[in-house]
Design a protein. Sequence first.
Length: 210
Amino acid sequence: MTSRIVVTGTDTGIGKTIFSAGLAGFLGANYWKPVQSGLEEETDAQMVARLGGLAPDRIVPERYRLRTPASPHQSAEIDGVRIDPAALDLPATCDRPLVIEGAGGLMVPLNGDTLYIDIFERWRLPVVLCARTALGTINHSLLSIEALRKRRIDLRGIAFIGDTNPESERAICEIGQVRRLGRLPWLAPLAADTLQAAFKASFRRDDINP
């Protein structure tokens, strides 16, 4: 079976989409964002295509495209739709790996009954957890690690995003007993070439690709 991997985060706005773009380019993978909330600005899929250097046929269409940039359950309610978890079945495999990006953190609700982590548990795919390196990351990261392990979801490792913070990274990996996959620094300029150079310098394919 062609490999598939889920990218999730400890919080929203931590650079998870940028990481997904870099990972898709790094692995030569396709990309799928099951639920997109917010359509007025560049969508996550559009950003991944631009920063990952992905051709249009490497972007799997979203199952739900919601107008309001909010939690999926709220955005869906505003749009007058209900997200059906059964509709979030995995796309058919192809000749490339597939990077699947969640929304926000693990406990983000899709509707009144279903959280994103419920979908991850059903899929039974390996997960990469993205965490910021700024203040607060230890608590958020350890809670996320505990939640994944409680559901027996395969946690491939943790990818840090931001400026170096060796003590926080050490504490999370030692206390959480999780593999440190690498750290993606803030990039200026942020472009497809600088992102791929940073990935090649910071990550190993064998650590991430299932």
